[in-house]
Design a protein around this ligand. Sequence first.
Ligand SMILES: [Zn+2]
Length: 231
Amino acid sequence: MSILDFLFPGLSCLGCRTELNGTKHLCTKCLAELPHNKKPVTLKSPEKQYFHDAFAPFKYLDPIVGVILSLKYGSTSEAAEFLAPHMADALQGISSFKNPRPAGTPFTKGGIFCPENTILVPVPLHKNRQSTRGYNQTLLLAKSISKILGFPVSQSLVRPKQTKIHRNMSARQRTENIRDAFAVTGGEEIANKTVILIDDVFTTGATVNECARTLLHSGVRRIYVLTAAQV
Ligand SMILES: [Zn+2]
């Protein structure tokens, strides 16, 4: 990513950084090579699974790796705006390119997700990491998805415990590292709700599973996980 990406966001492709020429967010080459995910998203450890089901529209391969880096370090909402319609459609299994849905249109999947009792909850960052980065990328995703599906965003889930970075850890080490990292504030906002938990990448699922465990203990009725990509 060059300094120009920060000065003039929207000029270069979020996937490969080449100059955009007529398309939005991604160049035509990257758009043609999007790694759509056809596999179910499941927990990759022997732990008990606390979420009901999980969805991810993309595999964590190029050019989506580049888009996720833009989301994490680009300091703009461009990548979230690109990913959000794909994530929203992953819940429903409909491609946004074939069947665009106007913003705010009521959304249900077999009656599971009702506007009155469904909320979007972004996976929180510890405050030290958030202040280093300047923002939480999962909140950007949640806000963009909220504009499409009409579900409110709740920031009731917080992360009081600072954990080590998961890179190079086994599934079991990740689970141990993340245990008790999360807490809920303002529990009445989420009690008896269906939660769609929003994260950027699903690797082993240890982080979202620990979030789900914490939310269930706080009175949430049911939890679905929605990430942009799965490894
Ligand atoms: Zn590109």
